[in-house]
Design a protein around this ligand. Sequence first.
Ligand code: GLU
Length: 470
Amino acid sequence: MSLVTRFAPSPTGYLHVGGARTALFSWLYARKMGGKFILRIEDTDLERSSQESVDAILEGMHWLGLAHDEGPYYQTKRFDLYKEVVAQLLAEGKAYKCFCTVEEVDAMREAQTAAGEKPKYNGMWRDRTDHPSDKPYVIRFKNPLDGVVVINDLIKGRIEIANAELDDLIIARSDGTPTYNLTVVVDDWKMGITHVIRGDDHVNNTPRQMNILAALGATIPEYAHVPMILGDDGKRLSKRHGAVGVMQYRDNGFLPEALINYLVRLGWSHGDQEIFSLDELVQLFDLSACNRAPSAFNTDKLIWLNQHYLKTLPPEHIATQLAWHLAQQQLDVSNGPAITEVIKVQAERVKTLKELVEVSRYFYEDFAEFEENAAKKHLRGVAAEPLALVLAKLTELTEWTTDAIHQQINAAADALGVGMGKVGMPLRVAVTGGGNSPALDVTLQLIGKTRTLARIALALEYITQRAENA
Ligand code: GLU
């Protein structure tokens, strides 16, 4: 029997970090076991679901690289199937019509609470046959009255729930629409799901779902409930903690590799190893090594991983992600060096792709003004002579290579009998606008000859004007 997992998000918002981690665990487990990973959109809550959210989830999955083998299935397209199953349960006496009004159910709950009991539906229509013909009804599942349900949870271990704790759950509303627990059960059954990996906020639903599956004669899947993610303040991760949507991490300049590596470690470990390639994860991942306790989100660690992947992934690979950011900033890359060349010199110097774009603008567009402090310090009268000489020497070059550029800058410093610093810093500010850049020879090489010469000339003008204004 081959293994089948699924990710079953409700499209009521973007793909958040918790959902992405659940998806990742399901995806990894299927990949590791040579099984199948299904994507199922649980969109039956028409009021809260939206196409926009569906798109956001698909976009997030795609960006993370979590491809599904089947789907996406949409629950709203499967209503006929759910109705058939409800009818079957009804016909087999495993479900029944309940004609209670909302007021009656409320009164039942109040009386139970007043008597110090746990409020639950008391089963009053379970065995009645005196059905009114003109009243609305819901359909309830006949939960077993005795015995216990045992979940051998692959993460949490053995969990036992007495059937006496569970009431007869509504499986179809008065308008005939199926409820959440019913649709999940039907889909997990019909889609042949062998391993349900989901957030532990669903652990209370599991015994109910197992009872319905048993009533249908379906094979009951294995369950693995993943503990929740906490913010750095120990509270459940939410918008208050900043970015929780996966695509927000892309926008903030993170690489999918970094987020994947980060998410997997948030709840799973393999010794004290921190860095995992996807191939390695597929080899090593196992549900039994998942933590039982919640994990806390740690942005510093995510940044650390992002820096690691910026330094180690092939520039060609990073380029596809960086291209998106450059386009976001409306930088015309056809008008400058190859993105991979910029990555080679800048990736080690930044924490995120967003920052990489910020520190690389001068490769693709002219800056409007010099950074104030850098200019104040380095574009002074004393810089005029070295800059003018460098300009002359660079103008002579017929070949615009790092070696040739390097030699000309050195030659200028030698001719003036000054150290490199006296030439280098003014030059850096002149061509990049600021005081930080990779080595000058590569920086100039990437900026290109025309722009370099024009910018040095501008810096010389700036120095002259400054002297006049002083
Ligand atoms: N649709 C549910 C949710 O987004 C998940 C259901 C499940 O995984 O069984 O919370």
